[in-house]
Write a protein that binds this ligand. Structure first.
Ligand code: 2HA
Ligand code: ZN
Length: 269
């Protein structure tokens, strides 16, 4: 069977990266059943041939109007699809969609009529926001990292920047590779527009946000970078929990050590 990926190395590479990341999410235990979702703005790889491809689905409403998405194309994980299956068969467990000119609806164009993720309103609203501010970020990733989600069940970690400072202080690399920290988003219904709006508000200040008692939502230039930011944060959460399990509260890097590292790595304060 022919695929939209044929003769399009840029697009094939993006989708291969999504499949690789999906495998990591499963291996880490962050993607039970159909948990988590991924969307990537692939518009830069779209050729005239792709623009002329007919729809293979009905037109579906997005649920919101997103003016910056006019003419955009996205690879989206399918709703109810498993990350572990997507890792092996990305075009059977996800699809490429075209945003229609009303900026409020979409159609599937390839390879199979796999309906996109239930978090599509959040994902597309975020892409609309990123394009609007001239960002070069193309990927958004939602997943359920165990230790980070566990921390959101405790009020003190939900206060602004408390978790960020704690996680940064566990190991120098965490601030180096997640320099904007972790934004906190109070509980909202999964898939709701309220959740999308709250996420966008926090993405002004953070690349990685956490949905209370649910999971993480991260954005970056590509899917691997989005994954890596979550991975370094969750590693720090594991170190913190490991120390607590050994029976002590970890000291964390001192303010002096944090300051020295911030200057040495040229990081934002
Ligand atoms: O797509 O994780 O939040 C499955 C989810 C929804
Ligand atoms: Zn989820």
């Amino acid at each position: 069977m022919s695929s939209i990926l044929d003769n399009n190395p840029g697009l094939a590479y993006d989708v291969a990266q999504v499949a690789e990341a999906a495998g990591y999410l499963w291996q880490k235990g962050w993607a039970e059943r159909n948990g988590g979702n991924i969307t990537v703005n692939i518009t830069e790889h779209v050729t005239d041939e792709i623009r002329n491809m007919p729809a293979i689905s009905p037109v579906y409403p997005i649920g919101v109007t997103l003016p910056n998405l006019k003419g955009c194309y996205f690879y989206c994980k399918g709703t109810n699809k498993r990350m572990r299956d997507l890792a092996r068969w990305p075009m059977e467990n996800g699809s490429v969609i075209r945003i229609l000119d009303d900026c409020a609806s979409y159609e599937i164009i390839a390879d199979n009529p796999v309906k996109p993720t239930s978090e599509l309103p959040s994902h597309l609203s975020v892409h609309n926001y990123l394009i609007g501010k001239g960002s070069n970020y193309k990927a958004s990733l939602h997943t359920h990292p165990i230790e980070l989600v566990a921390m959101t069940h405790c009020k003190k970690y939900l206060e602004k920047d408390v978790a960020t400072r704690l996680l940064w202080s566990m190991i120098p690399e965490t601030k180096a590779f997640c320099p904007r920290g972790l934004g906190i988003i109070p509980y909202q219904l999964p898939g709701s527009n309220e959740l999308a709006e709250a996420t966008i508000k926090e993405l002004g200040d953070y690349d990685v946000t956490i949905w209370e008692k649910h999971g993480v939502f991260a954005v970056d230039t590509d899917i691997m970078n989005a994954f890596d930011q979550i991975d370094v944060l969750n590693k720090s959460a594991q170190i913190y929990i490991c120390a607590k399990n050994m029976g002590f509260e970890p000291d964390g890097m001192s303010d002096e050590q944090m300051k020295e590292m911030t200057v040495a790595f040229n990081l934002p304060k």
